[in-house]
Design a protein around this ligand. Structure first.
Ligand code: DUT
Ligand code: MG
Length: 215
């Protein structure tokens, strides 16, 4: 359905306010189609700003961001190439199944189970109510790491060419995190971007992008 799709930053300068600090200064980088990249950098280095520029929630002050074959300026339309898993709990009140179906409304139970297995959510199968277990906006009976994995399963079901993870596995133990990253990487046609504070994630990626803070 979707061809592999890259993201290109070309000479991007960005500041939040006129006369303010440059968060990016003549920054160029290509996220190659079908590869995985770990994005690291100290707090304030611009990781979340990078995400917002890609999603066209912000516009470069100078330069441009291009997606796939497009050479035009990014518009809201280009956002459909992405699935974004932000930091923190993003589940809604409802069952695990209802949350997963937000990713793909017509998914079969087998597709849901497959996504749960890929995102290391075997714990769901062991719960008395299975996919009927209730989640709440505050996590409910789930641990933070369990809620993160269900959010990732939902993102996998959405099936977009570019997947953006902003600290999306921060609550997992290192073994589970490695298993999950490996599973996601096996879907090798996706362009994967992992924003992380954990150096171990870099070992699972084709590229590492370190953002520096400009004073
Ligand atoms: N900034 C603003 N206005 C905003 C957001 C950020 O001025 O609405 C500044 C704060 C910082 C720089 O931009 O100096 C980059 O912020 P960003 O949130 O992109 O940094 P991060 O790398 O995502 O930091 P963290 O690791 O704390 O999430
Ligand atoms: Mg951030």
């Amino acid at each position: 359905l979707h061809a592999p799709c890259g993201v290109e930053f070309e000479g991007v300068t960005f500041r939040y306010e006129p006369g303010g600090r440059d968060v990016f200064k003549n920054f160029s980088h290509t996220f190659r189609p079908g590869t995985s990249t770990a994005v690291i950098g100290e707090t304030g280095a611009g990781k979340t700003t990078l995400v917002r520029l890609m999603l066209a929630l912000l516009r470069p002050t100078e330069g441009r961001v291009a997606i796939g074959e497009t050479r035009q300026e990014l518009t809201n339309l280009h956002r459909c190439n992405f699935v974004y898993v932000p930091q923190g709990n993003t589940l809604m009140s409802g069952t695990v199944r209802e949350n997963l179906l937000l990713g793909k409304p017509d998914a079969t139970d087998e597709e849901l189970r497959e996504a749960l297995r890929k995102s290391c959510c075997e714990f769901v199968f062991e719960m008395a109510d299975g996919m009927g277990t209730l989640c709440s906006e505050h996590g409910g009976g789930l641990s933070e790491g369990q809620a993160q994995r269900i959010a990732i399963a939902r993102a996998l079901l959405r099936d977009r060419p570019i997947m953006l993870f902003d600290e999306a596995t921060s609550a997992l133990d290192p073994d589970t995190e490695c298993r999950l990253l490996e599973n996601i990487r096996l879907m090798s046609d996706k362009t994967l971007i992992f924003i992380t504070h954990r150096m171990a994630v870099c070992d699972y990626c084709d590229d590492v992008l370190k953002l520096e803070k400009h004073i």
